[in-house]
Design a protein around this ligand. Sequence first.
Ligand code: HEC
Ligand code: HEC
Length: 353
Amino acid sequence: MSLIRGSRLAVMLLGPATWYVAGCAPPVQEAYVPSAQVTALSPENQESIKKVLTEYCGTVERPKLLGQPDMNPNHLKQGAAVYKQYCQQCHGVTGDGNGPQAAYMIPKPRDYRKGMFKFTSTIYGSKPLREDILRTIRRGIMGTSMPSFDLLAPQDLEAVTDYVLALTHRGELEALLGEAAEFDGKIDAAAVPGMVQGILDQWKEARVNVVNPRAPMPALTDAHVKAGKDLFLSIGCNKCHGDEGRGEVTDALPNDSWGNPNKAADITAGMLRGGTDPLDVYRRIEAGINGTSMPAFRSQFENEPEKIWDLVAYVMSIYDSRRNGIIPPSIILKPLPGVATGQSEPAASGSGE
Ligand code: HEC
Ligand code: HEC
């Protein structure tokens, strides 16, 4: 080991050409690492969980996507290769959000294993659509270290999306197996297909959980901006975001569901993470943001969904105000094609900007 380290050091000091001369950089064997929940179990349970996970989800070299036994293995291998090149340094080999670059990042790269995603087109608590994950990968998450990968070839984008799903499902199954071992003391092989089906059913359900505006989007005029600002102050948005929407409140929010510190967004910073289409903002307000303190306001506006558009108008009027040097401007926005009717498809928000 020290010999290898020594030669690596020599490579660093002497430059890349000596890498080949030194000739002793061994191929790193990558493998999925078990969760903390699993490593706390007995060695026998750890072994049986590993066996089930390998059977259903494969290995780093031969990954499998849960519930898609007929998927071309080369498609997922391509996804794994893209992931290794572009994602792993942040999201980790296992998708636990713990890559070597993650340590000092705020917010942390997503730990996919919980099967929970923030920027979805679905209601609070629901799984995302596959398109939601693909859209996030294409446009990145503004204001965080998550880059945009819009320039990758379309097949690479499709493949890495399926690989993210493979890691996600693997993590979800691992957690269910871990719970079963904690609860029953062992893994009952006969129970595994039911666990797998349970996971897949939740993902299928996302289709019926899509949030489409319940009121058509109006032209977002000054009057809507003003009504939105009044609501912002009267229904408690300001308790977390501050009166000016700058996220400056003294009370700390509880950690997010991944165990990391969570801060209310500075809505004036020009960086809406979930996208800047009015439909994106509508969905954030109606459906909240999974895993964070940002609540869903659906029930509050059950019978007056048009008021959500007032809040959207206000958010749209201030979100870029710091970059523009004006706080808060009132602007008049034209309705987007496809959104005006309230009938738009979820893909409509994926403009990839
Ligand atoms: C430089 C670090 C970095 C790299 C590289 C990176 N990500 Fe991320 N990613 C992040 C961070 C940070 C977040 C969390 C942002 C947040 O919580 O708002 C994230 C979040 C995500 C999410 C979750 C979105 C949601 O709605 O919850 C997905 C999916 C994702 N990344 C996929 C990828 C894929 C695929 C790649 C490679 C093609 C990749 N990321 C590369 C840092 C990175
Ligand atoms: C209990 C605290 C809390 C309340 C109340 C709250 N928010 Fe939030 N909000 C948050 C947090 C936390 C985030 C950041 C989530 C993240 O991305 O990690 C956020 C994010 C946002 C964002 C940014 C979305 C994006 O795409 O980045 C908007 C816009 C927003 N909130 C609007 C509102 C509006 C409008 C209300 C009132 C109707 C409201 N919030 C009420 C906590 C709150």
